[in-house]
Write a protein that binds this ligand. Structure first.
Ligand code: C2O
Ligand code: CU
Length: 466
């Protein structure tokens, strides 16, 4: 058995290989408790294609900016206060939503529902203590097709002091860009695609680079944190050239690890993999997406140094997050039907309405971008258990996301559901599934499809916990 000390030594070595990532992770956490990180949202340019800089990018920056304009990976610790001041240098309003974090409603970043717009030149102080460890992400909740499409989506890591130590850690922000041949943005969507699977990007990236390569210790165990931050694309992930096991989904450790084999994840979802690097120096493992007609490589990992000869079975279990178990015997059932909307007419709105309604939940299309006093779709009592009976009679897959609460999917008629809590469920066409939860976080929580065109053309609502 490997001792913790040996693994720790490996981690420091790997830090050097991975461009100082390990060291920065352990010693470079910017803010001492209480000091706010300044998170600046700003316009800019970035090198995404070979065709010269892409103009009209939007990104986040802290004092430790990510490479190449990429929004930085924000790191915090489970159970420790975190503070960030959003400084809006864009020329439009924005907010920050902390996807997957079960924090106070006032910090959830949804304009009209939980906070006012943050206008250009203004700021907003976000303060919270993340209750769960894992891989999450952050993005605006305002004019999102444009703001996220142009770059505003970063990965957020909540560490647990009891996390097993890996030989290296690599975080990948997986997303596409809608760019023309000249490397400049083209229209973010086409209405006929918004009414189907969504409008796909033209350039695929990991950490804003096309098939980047990362070095990691030969024979070592790498924690690969993947976040699907694209506005449209659903991925089916494979790793070639190395063994890869799924250790966490949507921030929560899986009950039993399993080999990665065409795992499907939608926008908003995260996967943590334990990648066992090849033993031979120079050998390369490849992360790919095999969904659809054009399979793509997303990133590669090159083995460096003498093999550390680890075994995936050396890895201790990740600690479960403290999520309350729903009481199914006392749960109230609530039906939700995802549907196409008959009202295919332009709709006025601010904060980035797309001007169409194509989708709805329980027949109510809500584009989440108006200040209309729309009523919550359901009300739940604080502390009670609920089971959502969700049906998808549409021909599209929908990554259905709930803010502020974690649910346990169960009893699907279409797929074997893995036991474990999540914040985003990828529901298949004609699927019926139950999402069980304890409504233990009071507030108004948005419940929407994370294919942003679906969200912005009606497949949004919110639920009240009081
Ligand atoms: Cu990623 Cu409404 O959220
Ligand atoms: Cu959808």
């Amino acid at each position: 058995m490997l001792t913790r000390r040996r693994l720790m030594t490996g981690a420091l070595v790997a830090g050097a290989y991975a461009g100082g990532m390990g060291l920065a992770r352990r010693f470079g956490r910017a803010a001492a408790a209480g000091a706010a990180t300044v998170l600046t949202a700003r316009p800019g340019e970035a090198s995404i294609t070979d065709g010269g800089p892409t103009r009209g990018i939007m990104t986040y920056e802290t004092d430790t900016a990510g490479p190449g304009g990429l929004p930085p990976v924000l790191r915090m610790r489970r159970g420790e206060p975190f503070a960030a001041r959003l400084d809006n240098r864009l020329d439009e309003p924005t907010t920050v939503h902390w996807h997957g974090l079960r924090i106070a409603n006032a910090m959830d970043g949804v304009p009209f529902l939980t906070q006012p717009y943050v206008y250009p030149g203004d700021g907003f102080d976000y303060r919270f203590t993340p209750p769960d460890a894992g891989t999450f992400w952050y993005h605006p909740h305002c004019n999102t097709l444009d703001q996220m499409g142009r770059g505003l989506a970063g990965v957020l890591v909540v560490e647990d002091p009891a996390d097993p130590v890996f030989d290296a850690e690599i975080v990948l922000n997986l997303r596409d860009w809608r760019l023309g041949g000249d490397g400049q943005f083209i229209a973010q969507f086409r209405p006929r695609d918004a009414a189907r699977a969504g409008t796909f990007g033209t350039v695929r990236t990991a950490n804003w680079r096309r098939v980047p390569q990362y070095d990691a210790p030969a024979g070592g165990l790498v924690r690969l944190r993947l976040a699907a931050t694209d506005v449209t694309r659903i991925l089916q992930l494979v790793v070639a050239g190395a063994a890869a096991e799924v250790i966490a989904l949507d921030g929560n450790p899986v009950a039993t690890r399993f080999p990665l084999d065409r795992l499907m994840i939608g926008p908003g979802q995260r996967v943590d993999l334990c990648l066992r690097m090849p033993d031979t120096e120079g050998a390369i493992a490849t992360l790919g997406d095999v969904r659809g007609t054009k399979p793509a490589d997303l990133a590669t990992f090159r083995a460096v140094g003498t093999s550390l000869r680890r075994a995936v079975s050396d890895l201790p279990a990740l600690a479960a997050n403290p999520i309350a178990e729903p009481d199914l015997s006392a749960a109230t059932e609530i039906p939700f039907v995802l549907s196409a909307s008959a009202e295919e007419r332009p709709k006025d709105g601010i904060c980035g309405s797309l001007g169409y309604n194509f989708w709805a939940i329980n027949r109510v299309p809500w584009a989440d971008d108006t200040g209309d006093p729309t009523a919550p779709l359901a009300e739940m009592k604080t502390g009670r258990s609920y089971v959502f009976n969700v049906e998808n009679p549409t021909p599209q897959i929908h990554p259905l996301h709930l803010h502020g609460l974690a649910f346990r999917p169960m009893n699907s008629n279409r797929q074997a559901v893995r036991p474990g809590f999540s914040d985003t469920y990828l529901i298949l066409p004609d699927e019926k599934v139950q999402l069980a939860l304890v409504a233990d976080n009071p507030g108004d929580w948005v419940f929407h499809c994370h294919i942003i065109e679906h969200q912005k053309t009606g497949m949004t609502s919110y639920l009240r916990v009081a």
